[in-house]
Design a protein around this ligand. Structure first.
Ligand SMILES: C[S@@+](CC[C@H](N)C(=O)[O-])C[C@H]1O[C@@H](n2cnc3c(N)ncnc32)[C@H](O)[C@@H]1O
Ligand code: SF4
Length: 406
């Protein structure tokens, strides 16, 4: 331990070494492909997606391929992970998906994920995805309780989920994620427990559990604004802690606020975002990042097609991220993960408070932690489940105390 820590009374808390440190591989590079089409718009969802534009899909696929070719001519790196997100990427046929995927340069062992709706995941489609090279699927399960699915306005039922998982396994796709949402008005804690137990029984490699957020621009957000019941904070906190308990008991390790996985089954693509890696972007409304510069594409599929057909790129804006801000962002993102952060001495008294209050603890550090402060101390500060409930406040306290100032 550095002398300064002793002087400031850093507590001698033993590190928790039961779970391997989280780290980004040195060659990590992600390529994200946005598919902005859904067959139905869920009332709570604010993602860039449209439910009335399936006539654009062919032209959109052509435009994605053309944009990738342009990016290749400018030196697009080999992806170690490719993520088709949406929207509902599983609305693409195997042939459409393969056209985009074949155009993207990638390493031989790249992780290739496709987000799927459980009712748009038939056996033939998933077979064709597997043949195209897809090796990971992420299903938007949300709940295993029909009443909660109905309250969310979803079009699938638990039987669709069973069938989708079976189809994925039969297609030979070895890595599955199941997304859940908790805190839907009307969802009891027993409903939530049943959903967790239901997905655990399907033995996916990865589970995401998101607190239902009220997005002001959605029909759900507008109903809540005009007095309808919204999610309850205390219920959501209880639901989160129940998820942590059940998932941990079932062998899933927590690694980001809303994400748990079996050992070595973390989503490599999301780690690129959370641990400060570089990534390219294809499609409308998508963001890219390279070496301190970020950019974002035009928002609508029409604009994207128009720009690419005109022989241009799809970038609508970009910014250089100033060094101090970059450090603070890296710090904030890392603190949301099991990688944790190494706070500067300036923040030691806040760190001690957090540890004493049960909101954070020391854990073994990943090599080359880029967050803030010195690396190589062998340990980093990681949020406890209680701390994750108030991650935004904890981050603000640490930043205010100078934890991420070089
Ligand atoms: C882009 S969606 C893609 C998944 C797929 N379209 C589906 O819904 O089945 C990714 C995930 O975001 C989550 N999500 C979307 N809107 C949300 C909200 N308002 N609150 C919490 N989670 C949300 C859902 O769990 C969803 O599965
Ligand atoms: S939650 Fe999924 S299916 Fe529903 S509108 Fe959003 S992207 Fe589409």
């Amino acid at each position: 331990m550095p002398d300064a820590e002793k002087d400031l009374g850093m507590p001698q808390v033993p590190v928790d070494d039961r779970v391997a440190p989280l780290a980004l591989s040195p060659d990590a590079f992600g390529t994200y492909v946005h598919i902005p089409f859904c067959s139905h718009r869920c009332d709570y969802c604010d993602f860039a997606t449209w439910a009335d534009r399936s006539h654009l899909i062919d032209g959109y696929v052509d435009a994605c391929v053309k944009d990738i070719e342009r990016q290749r001519s400018e030196g697009l790196r080999d992806a170690t992970s490719i993520f088709f997100g949406g929207g509902t990427p599983s609305l693409l046929s195997g042939a459409q998906l393969a056209r985009i995927l074949d155009a993207i340069p990638r390493t031989p062992t790249a992780e290739i994920t496709v987000e799927c709706n459980p009712d748009a995941a038939d056996a033939q489609r998933l077979d064709s995805y597997a043949q195209a090279g897809v090796n990971r699927l992420s299903f938007g399960v949300q709940s295993m309780e029909p009443r909660v699915l109905a309250a969310l306005g979803r079009t699938h039922n638990p039987e669709n989920v069973f069938a989708a998982v079976n189809n994925a396994r039969a297609a030979g796709i070895k890595r599955l994620n199941l997304d859940l949402i908790y805190g839907t008005p009307g969802e009891s804690i027993d409903d939530w427990r049943a959903s967790l137990e239901g997905v655990i029984a399907l033995a996916p490699e990865h589970i995401s559990a998101y607190a239902l957020t009220v997005e002001p621009a959605t029909p759900f957000g507008q109903r809540v604004a005009s007095g309808e019941e919204g999610p309850d904070d205390d219920r959501q906190a209880d639901s989160y802690l129940l998820a942590e308990g059940l998932l941990k008991a079932a062998g899933y390790n927590w690694y980001e606020i809303s994400n748990w996985s079996l050992a070595q089954e973390e989503c490599r693509h999301n780690l690129v975002y959370w641990l400060g890696g570089d990534f390219a972007t294809v499609g409308c409304a998508a963001h890219g990042h390279s070496d301190g510069r970020r950019w974002w594409n035009v928002r609508t599929p029409e604009k994207f097609i128009e720009r690419i057909e005109a022989g241009r790129d799809a970038i609508s804006g970009s910014e250089e991220i100033e060094a101090g801000l970059r450090l603070e962002e890296a710090f904030s993102l890392r603190l949301r993960t099991r990688a944790g952060v190494i706070p500067n001495e300036a923040a030691y008294s806040v760190v001690n408070d957090l540890i004493d209050g049960g909101l954070a603890k020391w854990a073994p550090s990943s090599a080359g932690v880029e967050g803030a402060g010195e690396s190589g101390s062998g340990r980093s500060l990681v949020l406890t489940p209680q701390g994750r409930l108030v991650a935004t406040d904890v981050t603000a306290r640490l930043l205010l105390a100078g934890a991420a100032v070089r």
